[in-house]
Design a protein around this ligand. Structure first.
Ligand code: ADP
Ligand code: ADP
Length: 229
């Protein structure tokens, strides 16, 4: 069964901008998918519909067994538990340490302190930053902040990781470091959906590529390359 299914989905923002038109796509569990296309083509909107930051106007969206067109707003937190999100600007809480940023994601869903301690150390190891646990975000480099954001996103073992331009603010060295971590997470079974403008990533670490132009999916290729006309 697909973990994400969209059928004839359209999204029009309140100001009249149509961001997605008749989008249909099906994603199997464990896939790694790049979402590419020109600026303003609808990539972020596509991702936002999946984690229900925005609602579609038309069509059908099913994510991890939840029909998003019927999902009540108060159920959205339960949907979000099935996915992690990371962004170009990291979005760490500035007044919490790296450790606390990650632990907080477990506290809010009621995990027990001993579970939290064990699991946070585990994900800090996964991103190679156990030694920076006590640092605040402004004491970390961009690459380190993104690694903490990834640790936070996966601490509750989500089925899906949504990444919107995760390497957009990073130099090539940090970019590849982040990609290595995302690969590892994907190999452990997490479905990864990543919006990106980085053609060298897409053409080097080959995965399925969805190309969006003007709100439509114009290419959908397994082991695809970075192209738009
Ligand atoms: P991308 O991520 O490919 O740059 P977006 O999904 O952010 O594209 O945007 C697609 C289109 O929708 C653009 O025309 C953009 O200006 C518009 N858009 C995005 N967010 C909003 C919003 N909240 N309100 C109105 N228009 C928006
Ligand atoms: P990005 O995709 O670069 O991370 P956003 O998704 O916030 O950034 O915005 C993408 C595009 O959508 C930009 O061109 C931005 O100006 C436009 N946009 C975002 N929010 C709105 C909004 N509320 N109204 C109109 N346009 C918006």
């Amino acid at each position: 069964m697909p973990i994400i299914q969209m059928r004839d989905v359209s999204k029009k923002y309140k100001n009249g901008t149509t961001a997605l038109r008749n989008v249909s796509v099906s994603v199997e569990p464990g896939e790694f998918i790049y979402v590419v296309g020109p600026s303003g083509s609808g990539k972020s909107t596509f991702l936002k519909l999946i984690y229900r930051e925005e609602k579609a106007n038309r069509g059908e969206i099913v994510v991890a067994g939840e029909n998003l067109m019927k999902l009540k707003n108060k159920k959205v937190p339960f949907l979000r538990r099935k996915m992690g999100t990371i962004f170009q600007d990291y979005k760490l809480l500035p007044n919490k340490t790296a450790y606390e940023n990650i632990a907080y994601a477990m506290q809010v869903i009621g995990k027990k302190p001993y579970e939290i301690k064990k699991r946070v150390q585990e994900v800090l190891d996964l991103v190679g930053l156990r030694h920076k646990a006590k640092m605040f975000p402004n004491q970390l480099s961009g690459g380190e902040q993104q690694r903490i954001a990834i640790a936070r996103a996966i601490v509750n073992t989500p089925k899906i990781l949504i990444a919107d331009e995760p390497t957009g603010n990073l130099d090539p060295e940090n970019t590849w470091e982040i990609m290595k971590i995302l690969e590892r997470i994907n190999q452990q079974g997490t479905t990864v959906i990543m919006g990106t403008h980085n053609s060298s990533i897409v053409n080097t670490i080959r995965h399925r590529v969805l190309t969006i132009e003007n709100g439509r999916i114009v290419h959908d290729e397994m082991e695809g390359v970075y192209t738009y006309d």
